[in-house]
Write a protein that binds this ligand. Sequence first.
Ligand code: ARG
Length: 370
Amino acid sequence: MAKSEDSVTSTIITKIEAIRNANPDNLMARHFDADYFRNLDDQNQKRLLAVIATGIENSDSQMGAYAMQNDDYELFAPMLDPMIRDYHGISEDKPIKQAHDWQPDGSTSDLTTIDAGLEEGSMRVRVARNVSGFPLAGAMSRSQRVELENLLINAFKTLINEPGFGGKYLSLTPDNPYEIGAVEYNQRVSDHQMFKDMSVDRYLSVAGISSDWPWGRGMYISEDEGFLVWVGEEDQLRIMAMQRGGDLAGLFERLEIGIHRLEAMLPPFAHSPKYGYLTSCPTNLGAGMRASLHVPLPKLTNGGSDMERVKRAAREFSLAVRGAGGEHSDAGGDGLVDISPSARLGVTEAQIMQSLFNGTAALWALEKQA
Ligand code: ARG
């Protein structure tokens, strides 16, 4: 039996139903079930509202939700699972589950075998990780953000003394011993190493993910600048490897080694056999991995002025395309775009690598014919 409905609840339901009509691609609105929401107790209604607030306030959201606590995924599975299936392309008749496997299957993954011109391409692969024992980024207090940063700084001190890592930690936290100034920060952002000021991202800010900016935020960067760890962005850790050239397998191996070193020094990463690595955004669940390549596609993007055609073409190969300037950016005049496999959940790390390779080959062939 549904409890008697207060006006706040009915206002929210009406608002979400209006979003569903106006923005059919907003997955939160698409899968919102008013009866499910009505039947939650007050405390859980509040918790769920904190998760979906970003998609209510930003009706143009694609996903429209960020988890606040690791157990939100289990607790709100009746609402979140349909959104997760829809985004990751997992049909009703299949279980949601995540296996991990970094071992390439032996087929070639060297991008220069597609075209020697890809030699100069910039490759990047990152994973999202959150440590158990803390809330996810949207629900952390300022002191928890700083506490977590200090925990990580200890691990980075060890890495800095190891051959193959070295490098340094750069903090944005006021008065942190590793604090850097605005000039260096801006330089690192324009070098595509450091993350942008999150507080200007309206999707993140509604979710509380950019709260307390810039406390608890920073980055570890290796001596050769090829292995980096972002601290306190959308997920507590974003661990990444960046490299030029075509050797995708080498890039993945570098990342895997770095993750294992960190894992040995930190509390366990939040993980479930169903959802894989638990992340703020349901789009990043599973392998938690985004592997991407910057490639010039001047013809497919009509000189960088039209992203629609290339996005449509890429979707057939399960790739997402965005401008090389990052999320919500367009291609530059040279048609330089960032392509990456969109599925993260239900696919292994090795499969993600292979689908980036296959997708790049396919888009490159289209570009040549265009
Ligand atoms: N919250 C935004 C949306 O729902 C972005 C989702 C994917 N991007 C991300 N950085 N998690 O449209």
